[in-house]
Design a protein around this ligand. Structure first.
Ligand SMILES: [Zn+2]
Ligand SMILES: [Zn+2]
Length: 337
């Protein structure tokens, strides 16, 4: 089978390797669709494990199962989480699933024709796809689950004004989810095309991030925002976030500036105004279930986010499209096309 080994964003090597045979408690799935995530192209984050097969936004079909596997059979359509929390440790019991201290196995990446699924992920990380979720749509389960989690942590609710800074994939998903909750949504980005998409997908107000966002925000919203969802990693985006949050508000760092950046927080001002800064990283099983329902029931539509479908041999092009960010939203790799 063919698999794409990632060394860095410009060096991804398609290698021919032998197709694994599932042992008793394993199964082999055929990857039909696998999305390129914004985090896949973050080199400082991924390089420590390179070379590796990336791809964790997976829609697959069960191809072969080990003798002891009764839960799934060849032909079943599945989404598989890249790793699963134990649900028993201190962190899991307190809902901090991404911080589970017992995660030992990860799913090999989806930028390959097949994936060998280990026992723990068959037990706890595999979800049967409802009939009306397509393989391409299933690549949004994991990213939407992360958005579900971020908005849950921020306590996003009806009537709030919510500013999304950065309207790429995660920004647009945040906008779509906030729409279902009845928020007033303000979108900011430096890219005009992305702002047009943001208003198409539910933003009430769009602001060019090259301008003074807070001035426009106050003019058009009447006040600063209750929740800021930071979905851009530029330093300037963080500084804008500080200026745009209202008293009692929350800033969620969905994206971060990078390990070598120093961030200055106006903490005395925030103290007096009771402003919270939160981070959100990855998702947990309840978020995955909720994301699946949102997609299944069409509460959050995702097809309009797909801009590219590429064969495995074009995976480098896919990474470049995502890294460049100007001409793509969701890029999906189709290893069998
Ligand atoms: Zn992802
Ligand atoms: Zn745990």
């Amino acid at each position: 089978m063919k698999a794409a080994y990632w060394y860095n964003n410009k060096d991804i090597r398609i290698k021919e390797i032998s197709t694994p045979k599932p042992k008793n408690k394993e199964m082999l799935v055929k990857v039909i669709s696998c999305g390129i995530c914004g985090s896949d192209i973050v080199e400082w984050y991924r390089l420590p494990r390179a070379p590796l097969i990336q791809g964790h936004e997976i829609g697959a079909e069960v191809f072969a199962v080990g003798k002891s596997i009764k839960k799934y059979k060849p032909g079943d359509r599945v989404f598989i989480a890249p790793k699963v929390p134990c649900m028993k440790c201190y962190y899991c019991k307190n809902g901090h699933y991404p911080q589970c201290s017992e995660v030992k196995e990860r799913l090999p990446g989806g930028f390959a024709e097949f994936i060998l699924v280990p026992e723990i992920l068959i037990e706890k990380g595999t979800y049967l796809l409802p009939e009306n979720i397509t393989f391409d749509q299933s690549t949004f389960i994991e990213p939407l689950a992360c958005v579900v989690r971020a908005q849950r942590l921020a306590g996003v609710k009806k009537g709030q004004s919510l500013l999304v800074i950065g309207c790429g994939m995660s920004g647009l998903l945040n906008i779509k989810l906030a729409r279902t909750k009845g928020c007033k949504i303000i979108a900011a980005d430096i890219n005009k095309t992305k702002l047009d998409l943001a208003s198409k997908m539910g933003a009430d107000i769009t602001i060019n991030a090259a301008d003074n966002i807070s001035r426009h925000l106050i003019k058009e919203n009447g006040k600063k925002a209750d929740v800021i969802l930071l979905c851009a990693s530029a330093d300037s985006a963080l500084e804008q976030a500080w200026l745009c949050v209202d008293k009692g508000g929350v800033i969620v760092l969905f994206a971060v500036p990078g390990p070598d950046k120093k961030v200055v927080v106006p903490i005395n001002d925030f103290w007096m105004k009771e402003i919270a800064i939160l981070t959100s990283y990855y998702c947990g099983p309840p978020d995955i279930m909720e994301a699946m329902k949102l997609i299944e029931w069409h509460h959050v539509t995702v097809d309009d986010l797909i801009t590219h479908r590429l064969p495995l041999k074009d995976v480098v092009k896919g990474f470049q499209l995502v890294a460049d960010g100007r001409k793509s939203i969701k890029v999906i790799i189709k290893p069998h096309k």
